[in-house]
Design a protein around this ligand. Structure first.
Ligand SMILES: [Zn+2]
Length: 147
């Protein structure tokens, strides 16, 4: 599949190292590995801001959509518009929906249909796939203008 952002594994590795990404970021984003539960840096991270793809920087989630699912991975009830692509995943003998970055195809995690109302979705993400940027949601009326 053709994606807007395409690089080799070596190029991604260089980008991830330059960003100071988690050691398993390449395995997670490019080889669909899953970090251990309760090990990720964003699992219990509740600051205001937004979460971006660690590979290409595309915005994926606002902090307001994050919730504590108790599953050991950062969980979100709603993704940014058109940021994420769903792929049917039949690996490990399960039928799941894999989520990848729509821009670069980075593996992010899975989406489950047991999330909170009204949408009922739970985006179960790997911290290693995410990069947090602090700051108020730009759509907040009280947010400062970008400098
Ligand atoms: Zn990406």
């Amino acid at each position: 599949m053709t994606r807007p952002v395409q690089k080799t594994n070596a190029q991604w590795q260089a980008i991830l190292q330059a960003k100071g990404a988690e050691p398993d970021a390449l395995a997670v984003t490019r080889h669909a590995a899953t970090e251990r539960p309760f090990s990720g840096k964003y699992q219990a991270h509740w600051a205001d801001g937004s979460y971006h793809c660690i590979c290409c920087g595309a915005k994926l989630f606002d902090s307001v959509s994050k919730f504590d699912a108790g599953c050991g991975w950062p969980s979100f009830r709603e993704a940014a518009p058109d940021a994420i692509e769903d792929i049917v995943d039949r690996s490990h003998g399960m039928l799941r929906t894999e989520t990848v970055c729509a821009q670069c195809g980075a593996h992010l995690g899975h989406v489950f249909e047991d999330g909170p109302a009204p949408r009922g979705l739970r985006y179960c993400m790997n911290s290693a796939s995410l990069e947090f940027q602090s700051g108020k949601n730009p759509s907040d009326p009280g947010a400062d203008p970008p400098s």
